[in-house]
Design a protein around this ligand. Structure first.
Ligand SMILES: *Cc1c(COP(=O)(O)O)cnc(C)c1O
Length: 367
């Protein structure tokens, strides 16, 4: 099966990990701050704090922003459940604002409609690696005195108006899961320019114990080990070449599918450069309503396609909380028509040509 995403590791990565395994520090050693420094420099942000997962990073970012019981945060439904779950951990309420059909990213207009007295933060998701409308969202946040938080799990290496993702929003969370831009196995990070957020997150990751060894609040063990951090440092050096390969794959898909009617391709928007975490296609016109069929045919041919995503509030758990179908019609339509094709740095030209051939064959037969 050709997966939709896959890590790329080499000898240098293995060597970096082995070196830590033979050292005195498996965790809470020098590799952690070295990884954090490299991340903050890459992203052009003041501070980075690494965590044991992207979900832990989101939890910490929301905690730093002060999200608590009774607060609301406005986010996109077209995302992995963790974006909303991390707010539930703090007893805050996720409020879903619909997306823009063209990009799958949250609509600033819809965000503005959902602001109430209880809103504390806007959480934008850079869907597929394409930055959300951060400038518009930032202005709305400022006007209403809200924090702008980015779930940039897809978007390490992406940029917006000439700036790297990670240095723009109040808090930006990344994931280093194997399918993401770089991997540490499990892992994540939050970037910020605010020293108070930085210190709060350092304590949050370590039981709520601050640098003076006093526990100030109830935190967690969300530490990343030196073993993971060493892998992250090694991977980060290759991020540029990984993104370049992803861009090349996206370009080839676009070229191969450009004349197929009713196939909507994902495109970059002015000022936003994608990290191409996903290559989403959408079926419209004559192909509308045939997603399941095409999805199953691709799977049967050995192509590990996926759907990103079921709108978060359509999960049974969220339905039990009271969220109803029809809440965000654009996100539902997007979800029902979407298929993610394989895209990752080590996808070969031959594998991609196979994906293209199989998809074109099935679609041609349906026209
Ligand atoms: C991967 C992902 C996460 C969670 O990251 P983990 O490292 O798996 O905890 C959160 N949000 C989005 C959008 C993701 O894709």
């Amino acid at each position: 099966m050709i997966p939709y995403g896959h890590q790329q590791l080499d000898g240098a990565d293995v060597k970096a990990v082995l070196k830590v395994l033979k050292s005195d520090w498996l965790t809470t050693g020098p590799k952690i701050s070295e990884f954090e420094k490299a991340l903050s420099e890459y992203c052009g942000a003041g501070y980075a704090v690494v965590f044991s997962s992207g979900t832990a990073a989101l939890h910490a970012a929301y905690f730093a922003a002060g999200l608590k019981k009774g607060d609301e945060f406005i986010t996109s439904p077209l995302t992995f459940a963790a974006t909303a779950n991390a707010g539930l951990y703090l007893r805050a309420k996720p409020v879903f604002a619909d997306i823009e059909w063209e990009t799958g990213n949250i609509s600033p207009k819809e965000v503005e409609r959902k602001i109430t007295r209880r809103t504390k933060a806007i959480v934008a998701v850079d869907y597929a690696g394409l930055p959300a409308k951060l400038s518009e969202l930032g202005k709305i946040a400022k006007r209403h005195k809200l924090f702008l938080i980015e779930d940039a799990a897809h978007a390490l290496g992406a940029s917006y108006r000439g700036r790297k993702i990670g240095g723009i929003s109040d808090l930006t969370a990344f994931s280093f899961h194997p399918v993401k831009s770089i991997t540490t196995g499990e892992g994540g990070a939050v970037l910020t320019n605010r020293r108070d957020f930085y210190e709060k997150m350092l304590a949050f990751r370590h039981h709520g114990i601050a640098s003076d060894a006093r526990m100030r609040f109830l935190g967690f063990n969300y530490r990343l080990s030196d073993i993971h951090s060493a892998l992250g440092i090694s991977q980060l050096k290759k991020l540029g070449s990984f993104i370049k390969k992803r861009r090349e794959i996206a370009r080839r898909y676009r070229e191969a599918f450009k004349d197929i009617p009713d196939l909507i391709l994902h495109r970059e928007t002015p000022g936003a450069k994608s990290s191409w975490h996903l290559y989403p296609i959408r079926l419209s016109g004559k192909l509308a309503g045939r997603r399941q069929e095409i999805f199953e045919k691709l799977r049967a041919s050995g192509i590990g396609v996926q759907v990103h995503y079921l709108p978060v509030y359509r999960h049974p758990y969220y339905e039990k909380l009271g969220y109803k179908k029809g809440l965000c019609p654009q996100a539902e339509k997007f979800s029902e028509s979407e298929i993610s094709l394989p895209i990752f740095p080590s996808l070969t030209f031959k594998e991609q040509a196979f994906v293209v051939k199989i998809l074109i064959n099935h679609v041609a037969r349906m026209a």
